[in-house]
Design a protein around this ligand. Structure first.
Ligand code: PMP
Length: 344
C-alpha cells in the first residue's frame, strides 16, 4: 500500500510513486494484461504535480527563485493547481493564465489555492494577444524576477517523467511492459516516460492519444502543421492547436484519435466497472486502448500500461453531469428519459 504507516514533512513528499492498478473488467474482451498508472493518487490529484515540483526545484537549484518571487504558467487547470500547491509550501506567488474552456470547478479551485487567475478566450489562435500563451508571456516580461514554467516548450517537462514516471512503470511491471498508452497534451508525460522505457527495452510500443480537432497525429505522420485539422473540441488537456517542443514525436510509434463522446462514456465506464473515478482524458486513453484492442494490436502475453492522468472530481459539471452529457447530445433516448425522471 502506498505510504503505509509513514509520516511526511509536507504534502510535496507525496508527489509521485503512484500505484499501478490492474484493470479487470473493462478490458475483459481484449487479449493481454492491462494496468492503469493512476496519477490521481498524487496529492494534487494529477500527473502535473510531478512537473510542477521538478521544474520549480530545478529553478531553485539554478538560483532563479527566492521566497516571494512569482511563478507564471498557462494551464488547463491541473498544472495550475500543482504549481499553486508547490507555491504555497515553498512561499511563492502564483499567476495562472487559463483557457475559458476550463471548467468553473477548476478555476474556483485554483483561486482557493491562492493563485491569481486570468481567464483567456479558448478559441483564438496561439499568437493572438488575448491567448493564454501571450498573456502569460506578457506578465513574465512585466514582473521582474518571475519564472515562466512554459510547460509546452520546456525540456524539463520531459525530464520530469524520464526521472520519475518511466522508472516507476519499469519497476512496477518488473520490466514486462510491452505497450505504453498515454495522452499527449504538452507531450511531456509520453515523451519522458517513453524515453526511459525505450532505453530499457527498445521494443516497447509507445502509443499516443490525440483528439479530433488537434494537429498532433497529422503532424506525426506528415511532419506538416495542418491548420485544417484544428476545430473546437471538448476534452481538456488532450491534443493541441500548435506543435509543442515538449513532445518528442520520434519516440512515439503511433497516434490514436478519440472522440469527445466516446471518451466521456468510457470515463463513466471506468468508474462503473473498475471503481476508479478518473478524469476525461483517462476516458480518452482507455478509449484508445479499446479501439486498439479491436484492431488486434495486443496479444495474450502483452503487458499494456495506460496512464490515467487525473481525478474525476474535476469533471462533476462536465462528463459526470447527466445534464451536461445530455446538452452535448451524448446520451441516447433511454438516458434522456432518465434525466427527465430526475427532474421530477
Ligand atoms: N490529461 C490531462 C487532464 C491534462 O491536463 C494533461 C496535460 N495538459 C494531459 C492529460 C496530457 O499530459 P501531457 O501534457 O504530459 O502530455
Amino acid at each position: 500500500m502506498k505510504h503505509k504507516n509513514q509520516v511526511f514533512d509536507n504534502v510535496l513528499d507525496l508527489v509521485g510513486n503512484t500505484p499501478l492498478v490492474k484493470l479487470n473488467k473493462i478490458t475483459s474482451q481484449l487479449n493481454g494484461h492491462f494496468y492503469a498508472k493512476v496519477e490521481a493518487f498524487n496529492p494534487g490529484h494529477s500527473s502535473k504535480d510531478r512537473i510542477a515540483l521538478y521544474i520549480i526545484e530545478q529553478a531553485e537549484k539554478q538560483g532563479l527563485l527566492k521566497p516571494g518571487d512569482t511563478i507564471i504558467e498557462t494551464t488547463s487547470g491541473n498544472t495550475g493547481f500543482s504549481i499553486a500547491m508547490v507555491s504555497i509550501i515553498k512561499g511563492y506567488d502564483c499567476i495562472l493564465a487559463v483557457s475559458s474552456k476550463s471548467s468553473a470547478d477548476k478555476i474556483d479551485m485554483l483561486r482557493t489555492m491562492g493563485a491569481k487567475v486570468y481567464v483567456c478566450p479558448a478559441n483564438v489562435s496561439a499568437d493572438d494577444p488575448r491567448s493564454y500563451y501571450e498573456v502569460a508571456k506578457r506578465l513574465h516580461e512585466e514582473i521582474k524576477g518571475s519564472v515562466y514554467i512554459n510547460q509546452y516548450f520546456n525540456q524539463l517537462n520531459i525530464d520530469t517523467h524520464y526521472q520519475s514516471t518511466g522508472p516507476e512503470i519499469w519497476k512496477q511491471t518488473e520490466g514486462k511492459i510491452t505497450h505504453l498508452v498515454a495522452c499527449s497534451g504538452t507531450g511531456g508525460t509520453i515523451s519522458g516516460t517513453a524515453k526511459y522505457l525505450k532505453e530499457q527495452n527498445p521494443d516497447i510500443k509507445i502509443l499516443g492519444v490525440d483528439a479530433f480537432g488537434s494537429v498532433l497525429k497529422k503532424f506525426h505522420e506528415t511532419k506538416e502543421f495542418d491548420e485544417k485539422e484544428i476545430y473546437p473540441y471538448r476534452i481538456e488537456g488532450l491534443g493541441k492547436n500548435l506543435i509543442p517542443a515538449a513532445t518528442d514525436f520520434n519516440i512515439i510509434d503511433e497516434f490514436i484519435k478519440v472522440t469527445d463522446e466516446e471518451s466521456a462514456h468510457t470515463a463513466r465506464q471506468i468508474a462503473k466497472s473498475e471503481g476508479l473515478f478518473v478524469g476525461y482524458t483517462s476516458g480518452a486513453a482507455m478509449q484508445a486502448v479499446l479501439q486498439l484492442g479491436k484492431t488486434k494490436t495486443f496479444s495474450t502475453n502483452d503487458v499494456v500500461v495506460v496512464i490515467f492522468p487525473d481525478h474525476g472530481s474535476r469533471y462533476m459539471s462536465k462528463i459526470y453531469s447527466d445534464k451536461w452529457m445530455n446538452e452535448q447530445g451524448f446520451f441516447d433516448s433511454v438516458n434522456v428519459e432518465s434525466v427527465q425522471d430526475i427532474q421530477y
